[in-house]
Design a protein around this ligand. Structure first.
Ligand code: FES
Ligand code: FES
Length: 182
């Protein structure tokens, strides 16, 4: 049994502790916002999650290594998609197909936790994610804007469009097995 906190929820995974965290999140918890290239580094980190506040590739961490950690996935970053990075990505139209977007948002959120006023070089250095749609220039503008929003130097009036809630999205995919201690 591997125990950890995922999106503020204590969970126990009755899975092989050698399993990558990625698959436990996606297939047992239905947190399919975390994307994947199937392992390796082909996507540069579409599988990124926050582990104790640090952006890490969930395909590269086993359940055993995640034991006792605080995990935040894209679904848990903000209950209403109001995280400055999410708002700025929309405002700057830095999303095309969206496959890379969750991992990029997690990488950017981790960067802004440490450095809310990053330079372009800081952003390029901290976001290893690959975007096959090529949103990089807009992405850099979005992260710069998100930093200004986080510092309350700027406001973004247009909130991301409402859609299906993260909880409902997770329920729409059948779970394998996951349990929560009472
Ligand atoms: S799944 Fe592609 S880097 Fe993790
Ligand atoms: S928006 Fe399509 S891969 Fe980045």
């Amino acid at each position: 049994m591997s125990r950890m906190t995922v999106n503020d929820r204590p969970v126990e995974f009755d899975l092989d502790p050698r399993m990558p965290l990625l698959y436990a999140l996606r297939e047992a918890m239905n947190l399919t916002g975390t994307k994947a290239c199937g392992g390796g580094t082909d996507c540069g980190g579409a599988c990124m999650v926050l582990v104790d506040g640090v952006a890490l590739r969930s395909c590269a961490i086993t359940l055993a290594e995640a034991e006792g950690r605080i995990i935040v996935t894209i679904e848990g970053l903000s209950a209403d998609r109001a995280h400055p990075v999410q708002q700025a990505m929309v405002a700057q139209q830095a999303i095309q197909c969206g496959f890379c977007t969750p991992g990029i948002v997690i990488s950017a959120a981790a960067l802004l936790l440490l450095n809310p006023a990053p330079t372009r070089e800081d952003i390029v250095g901290a976001i290893p994610n690959i975007c096959r749609c090529g949103v990089y220039p807009r992405l850099i503008r979005a992260v710069e804007q998100a930093g200004r929003v986080a510092l309350r130097q700027e406001r973004i009036s247009a909130a991301p469009a409402p859609g299906i809630s993260a909880e409902d999205a997770a329920k729409a995919v059948p779970a394998l097995r996951v349990s929560s201690p009472e």
